[in-house]
Design a protein around this ligand. Structure first.
Ligand SMILES: Nc1ncnc2c1ncn2[C@@H]1O[C@H](COP(=O)(O)OP(=O)(O)OP(=O)(O)O)[C@@H](O)[C@H]1O
Ligand SMILES: [Mg+2]
Length: 263
């Protein structure tokens, strides 16, 4: 992580030569970093005896990409649903933590707010509800007269998000269901990027796409992780190898352990 350096004025002695920065001294400041943390999270759906997640712990530094893989039915989507606030953990905590560069916490932990998490579900196009791109991306926006300012901010965010995912030339009256597979994924992603999330989650983002669209999505995520913290669940390990910073295997029964990708 970057080490900040600033020059601060100090009282120079009369014997010191006058030179560039002669009346300043270099002060090194520990800028620090933040990290998304999951600690001892377990989950048992209400009314069942089944424990789907068992003491799951991991952390992901900001502006990096984490990948969770593992057998079908092991609990990956269940975990994502907890991170997005769709369900609540039975025990454990999910929070963000700021650190000094030496690894010591610089502030008390802050709970991860569900509104600040963006989630793109598996096959997100199945959940498209509108018959134009414009209606799809503005679905759920406030409509009241006094929310004009909020809508204006959302519109600015939408413009940025559309550019970010490479959809700037897309006609807004087009039916989202008529888009190619790759464009549908980009649209679903843009909707989640209108308000920049603290954590962006994607469940199987390459599933059902052809090779070209898969490569486009991987390239897009490569750029997004420069700005955002991204957590992906995928079976497509080979395609993610070049951009993964940390990876974990979910074992059957909801046990997560760190594991490097095999490629
Ligand atoms: N509400 C629930 N009640 C009981 N069992 C559930 C509930 N929700 C999910 N399960 C079970 O939990 C297990 C984990 O499901 P989950 O969808 O998280 O797996 P996954 O790792 O995402 O699988 P896949 O790779 O197929 O997407 C499965 O056996 C599923 O049937
Ligand atoms: Mg799943």
């Amino acid at each position: 992580m970057a080490l900040c350096q600033i020059h601060v004025p100090f009282r120079s002695s009369s014997r010191q030569k006058i030179a560039r920065f002669s009346n300043t001294k270099l002060l090194r400041i520990n800028c620090g970093y933040s990290s998304f943390e999951v600690r001892d999270v377990s989950y048992q759906p209400p009314g069942t005896q089944l424990k789907l997640l068992n003491s799951v712990s991991f952390s992901l530094p900001d502006k990096s990409l984490g990948l969770i893989f593992g057998q079908s039915g092991s609990g990956k989507t269940t975990l994502l649903q907890l991170l997005a606030g769709i369900n609540k953990p039975t025990s454990g905590s999910i929070y963000t933590q700021k650190f000094w560069n030496d690894g010591n916490p610089s502030q008390p932990p802050e709970p991860l707010v569900p509104e600040r998490v963006g989630i793109v579900f598996q096959f997100p196009e199945r959940y498209f509800v509108a018959d134009s791109v414009l209606d799809e991306v503005t679905f759920g926006w406030p409509r009241q007269k006094d929310s004009y300012q909020l809508r204006e901010n959302l519109a600015l965010g939408l413009q940025r998000a559309i550019n970010w995912v490479g959809l700037s030339g897309l006609p807004l009256d087009k039916n989202p269901h008529s888009l190619s597979g790759g464009y549908k994924r980009r649209l679903a992603l843009a909707i989640q990027l209108v308000q920049i999330p603290d954590l962006l989650i994607l469940d199987e983002p390459l599933a059902g796409l052809d090779w070209k669209a898969r490569a486009d999505v991987v390239k897009l995520l490569m750029n997004l992780k420069k700005e955002l913290t991204v957590l992906v669940v995928s079976h497509d390990l080979r395609e993610f190898t070049s951009l993964v910073d940390r990876s974990w295997r979910m074992e059957m029964g909801g046990y997560l352990r760190e594991e490097l990708l095999p490629f």
